[in-house]
Ligand binder design. Sequence first.
Ligand SMILES: NC(=O)c1ccc[n+]([C@@H]2O[C@H](COP(=O)([O-])OP(=O)(O)OC[C@H]3O[C@@H](n4cnc5c(N)ncnc54)[C@H](O)[C@@H]3O)[C@@H](O)[C@H]2O)c1
Length: 352
Amino acid sequence: MKILITGAAGFVGYQMAKYFKEHYTDVMVIGIDNLSRRGSEYNVPLLKELGCTFFHGDIRNKEDVDDLPKADWIVDCAANPSVLAGLQGGSFGLINNNLIGTIYLLEKCKRDNAGFIMLSTSRVYSIDELNKIPLTETEGSFVISKDAQYPHGFSELGVAESFSTAAPISLYGSTKLASEVLALEYHYTFGFPVWIDRCGVIAGPGQFGKIDQGIFSFWIYQYLLDRPLSYIGFGGKGKQARDFFHPRDLFGMIQMQISDPEKKVSRLINLGGGVENTYSLAQLDAFCKQQLGSEKVINSITENRSFDIPLYVTDYSLAQKEWGWKPEISGEAILNQIVEYARTNIELIKKL
Ligand SMILES: NC(=O)c1ccc[n+]([C@@H]2O[C@H](COP(=O)([O-])OP(=O)(O)OC[C@H]3O[C@@H](n4cnc5c(N)ncnc54)[C@H](O)[C@@H]3O)[C@@H](O)[C@H]2O)c1
């Protein structure tokens, strides 16, 4: 089996390459990355050590994509994943990266009759509707109010696939949503398998600690590097909450999807940590203080920033019903793994 991973030197892409090599004896993993993510260059020798074939290339360039070897599946992990991307300067760079690049990949799948797995995001969900979720404030977190009137597609389990995707969803979210629509259309028109995994926050060892890559590693690294932190928005108390899950659990779903490409289930599903793996910033901060030492939060800014939301929790019950999937690695285990990774790689993290 040949797997082509785009963004293979990024956080998720590298983890997927590693798991493919660990779990299959007959797999050839081909990676492409333009190394635009600071730190991704350090994963290139690691990919080669794993026995992956690596191409330094850019999915925005049609020729780079066309020149890639034929594969049975493309796992698309290349993107600019920042919700703030495209706000300053030109927005076309983001569209080129996250949408035009996807189209070149879909064209390749069509030509090679390869399957396509797209890592989409919970950022496709309507910010206005997310802001209508009834919340209760506890001492350390916003939590979903019980027995309240919820927006369509929402329940005590969180946000389901039927939740509104109406604008505003951010430029990032809209490039991903447009990519989803096209990917599904290519599937129905040209017949090759497409699976879309709408992921909540993915966190784990191997992140480079930049805030746009994920808040959980960022917060832990700031503690280890003895750097100041701020609570921003929602009253400045760190009560905003997110669920998160481990890339190993994502890989578990991808394994099932590639082993049963024709399965008569939803082509698009939510994946995430769910209510049981949801932490507020204040709860994450309490973990850091307990594990890593003295208080680093020195600033509280009460005003909200655009695109911020007080709570996001994934309802993954469709994935559970159709595939028997649920996150196996707990939030606490993920945080402990990040701490261990950061301690072992502190010199690298300092450089990034
Ligand atoms: N990390 C999360 O919490 C999360 C959540 C939901 C969805 N996702 C999605 O998962 C995917 C991977 O995210 P990540 O966290 O690993 O981000 P990342 O920034 O660590 O990895 C992305 C990689 O893609 C590469 N890349 C970017 N543009 C490219 C291009 N034009 N050509 C080739 N390579 C390019 C970057 O250099 C980087 O190595 C993205 O599609 C993202 O939208 C991530």
